[in-house]
Ligand binder design. Sequence first.
Ligand SMILES: *[C@@H]1O[C@H](CO)[C@@H](O)[C@H](O)[C@H]1NC(C)=O
Ligand SMILES: *[C@@H]1O[C@H](CO)[C@@H](O)[C@H](O)[C@H]1NC(C)=O
Ligand SMILES: *[C@@H]1O[C@H](CO)[C@@H](O)[C@H](O)[C@H]1NC(C)=O
Ligand SMILES: *[C@@H]1O[C@H](CO)[C@@H](O)[C@H](O)[C@H]1NC(C)=O
Ligand SMILES: *[C@@H]1O[C@H](CO)[C@@H](O)[C@H](O)[C@H]1NC(C)=O
Ligand SMILES: *[C@@H]1O[C@H](CO)[C@@H](O)[C@H](O)[C@H]1NC(C)=O
Ligand SMILES: *[C@@H]1O[C@H](CO)[C@@H](O)[C@H](O)[C@H]1NC(C)=O
Ligand SMILES: *[C@@H]1O[C@H](CO)[C@@H](O)[C@H](O)[C@H]1NC(C)=O
Ligand SMILES: *[C@@H]1O[C@H](CO)[C@@H](O)[C@H](O)[C@H]1NC(C)=O
Ligand SMILES: *[C@@H]1O[C@H](CO)[C@@H](O)[C@H](O)[C@H]1NC(C)=O
Ligand SMILES: *[C@@H]1O[C@H](CO)[C@@H](O)[C@H](O)[C@H]1NC(C)=O
Ligand SMILES: CC(=O)N[C@H]1CO[C@H](CO)[C@@H](O)[C@@H]1O
Length: 494
Amino acid sequence: MGSTSFLLSLLLISQQLRTSNVSVHSSSAFTGNVTMSPHAPKSPVSRIPPRPPSPSPPPPPATMSPAPAPSSPSNSTAPAPSSPSNSTAQAPEVSTGTTNSSAAPEPGVSDTSSNMTEFNVLEYGALGDGVTNDTQAFADAWKAACAVDYAYVHAPVGYSFLVYPTTFKGPCLLNMTFKVDGTVLAPPETSVWNGTSVKDHWLEFSKVSMIIQGTGTIDGQGQNWWAESCKTNSSNACKDGPTAIVFNACTNVTVKYVTILNSQQMHLAFEKSVGIMVNSINISAPGDSPNTDGIHLQNATSVTIKNSFIGTGDDCVSIQNGSSSVTIKNITCGPGHGISVGGLGKKNTSATVSNIVVEDVVFTNSTNGVRIKSWQGSSGTASTFTYQNLVMNNVKNPILIDQYYCDSASSGSCPNFTSNVQISDITFKNITGTSATKVAVKLACSETVACTGITLQDIDLVRTSGSDATSFCSDAYGVSADTVIPSSCLLTSS
Ligand SMILES: *[C@@H]1O[C@H](CO)[C@@H](O)[C@H](O)[C@H]1NC(C)=O
Ligand SMILES: *[C@@H]1O[C@H](CO)[C@@H](O)[C@H](O)[C@H]1NC(C)=O
Ligand SMILES: *[C@@H]1O[C@H](CO)[C@@H](O)[C@H](O)[C@H]1NC(C)=O
Ligand SMILES: *[C@@H]1O[C@H](CO)[C@@H](O)[C@H](O)[C@H]1NC(C)=O
Ligand SMILES: *[C@@H]1O[C@H](CO)[C@@H](O)[C@H](O)[C@H]1NC(C)=O
Ligand SMILES: *[C@@H]1O[C@H](CO)[C@@H](O)[C@H](O)[C@H]1NC(C)=O
Ligand SMILES: *[C@@H]1O[C@H](CO)[C@@H](O)[C@H](O)[C@H]1NC(C)=O
Ligand SMILES: *[C@@H]1O[C@H](CO)[C@@H](O)[C@H](O)[C@H]1NC(C)=O
Ligand SMILES: *[C@@H]1O[C@H](CO)[C@@H](O)[C@H](O)[C@H]1NC(C)=O
Ligand SMILES: *[C@@H]1O[C@H](CO)[C@@H](O)[C@H](O)[C@H]1NC(C)=O
Ligand SMILES: *[C@@H]1O[C@H](CO)[C@@H](O)[C@H](O)[C@H]1NC(C)=O
Ligand SMILES: CC(=O)N[C@H]1CO[C@H](CO)[C@@H](O)[C@@H]1O
């Protein structure tokens, strides 16, 4: 407890330092007054107007460009063009170019509260024409908003913003929000990532507590990446593409309402992060787009993913080493590879995954439903998973444990080892629907480290053709309860 409050103090101090840093590096007219803003916790006086009146309105910068955007975006290097204190005056102008007010939250959809401070990227020099490089405007709006409590960076509706690979760093002050109502586009050229230090991501959020929301679209424009993939054409060299959105070392992150499309590779990844809520989002890419996982969890704990549509060319959700306390609920999955844990323990490594709940999910035309896969030679544990209330529509492997996992890059031939991840306490309950292959339930566990505590309860799976499906077990121990079709092949004692 003592160390917790010490860490909290450090956090507060670092936030304070960050605020002063920003004021040193940015225009003094704006940032020097951040802590005097009516939005600062100490003076909550004027909470009805969405933005504070300007104590000293900056003169319109002489360098302002006659840009086509209705809000007269200014160059981000100009002195204080972007003071939020002038946003009120500009907001009506912004809304004339758009279908609704840039400041008003959409009832029932967006809960950006009316007294949050807007940092509209248009006011930081973004053009939103889909071809101009708007990266700097996003970086500048982020930096400014990050230093203010209850601030949101706003990418408004009616614009397409081209943003190059960027890391948005925290920590930020309270309720930092990125509100995407328009479209944010990645550069389509794969060469953008050549020789850069940011090969692994397009948009990264680092060490920040924040919310992404809005009714807009984040589009990775990954078509060139797919065409250059070795999975598309084996004469291509195999290389990793960037993940569209990565949260790295973050605490308390919410992603809601947005649509994420056509990522270069994975769409949304949480790494070394705690306290994640994903709610009511859409993730979509073609079923044949290579490696385009929907949501990827690596060292992610206390995660909820719910009420969302995910259809891609790879896993809808991929749960990897170090992840625990994950609930996935009310999801539509497909096309894609289903909801997967692993491949755990590649290259003889150890992996730990625990406390996973997957419920109320409909899988359609996916290659797997729920799958746990580990590599031979691995070690560690995968335990306490509950899969329940699932519907399978024409799914190739509705229920699958594969402890002999060997990916296509290994050409189906991997060395045999005796060690493996210990899989235990896995419940499959109320799972119905159709299997596109004969073996609807496959539990292929390690010969030396058998699966234990498997429960099959209330299973009713038939082939898509209507004929009977079968189950396959090896070294899988546990019990079945209620009706189980195809009948259980679990071993009952060990
Ligand atoms: C607006 O801010 C004040 C204090 O800054 C807070 O008490 C109030 O709850 C906020 N209103 C909403 C709708 O969030
Ligand atoms: C706000 O900015 C606009 C131009 O962007 C300018 O015309 C107007 O005078 C400014 N208002 C205030 C209060 O500074
Ligand atoms: C504004 O920024 C654009 C693009 O960064 C640049 O081409 C232009 O010269 C700048 N205009 C002024 C007046 O600084
Ligand atoms: C886009 O803008 C960012 C920020 O100014 C810059 O770092 C990057 O090099 C630009 N990229 C291109 C291709 O212009
Ligand atoms: C800040 O975020 C918390 C947690 O999401 C939420 O309960 C609170 O209403 C937010 N406050 C404002 C002013 O938006
Ligand atoms: C980027 O890398 C690809 C292959 O990885 C290569 O074909 C291309 O020429 C490179 N582009 C640049 C601009 O270096
Ligand atoms: C994250 O959220 C939890 C639960 O609301 C809260 O106790 C914790 O202080 C938050 N941590 C940070 C860094 O915001
Ligand atoms: C997970 O976190 C642990 C401890 O923080 C770290 O040692 C490990 O390298 C991380 N693993 C991955 C795959 O990120
Ligand atoms: C499930 O998610 C869908 C899509 O977001 C939503 O419309 C529906 O209300 C959710 N169902 C429940 C029970 O929350
Ligand atoms: C699933 O596949 C079947 C057969 O190929 C097709 O008719 C159906 O439209 C697909 N369903 C969806 C939701 O894609
Ligand atoms: C691994 O063992 C299986 C079954 O015993 C055998 O068929 C296979 O050839 C072995 N693989 C290798 C790479 O030795
Ligand atoms: C750092 C700082 O306080 N900057 C300005 C804040 O606004 C007042 C009033 O306009 C100025 O006098 C300060 O210089």
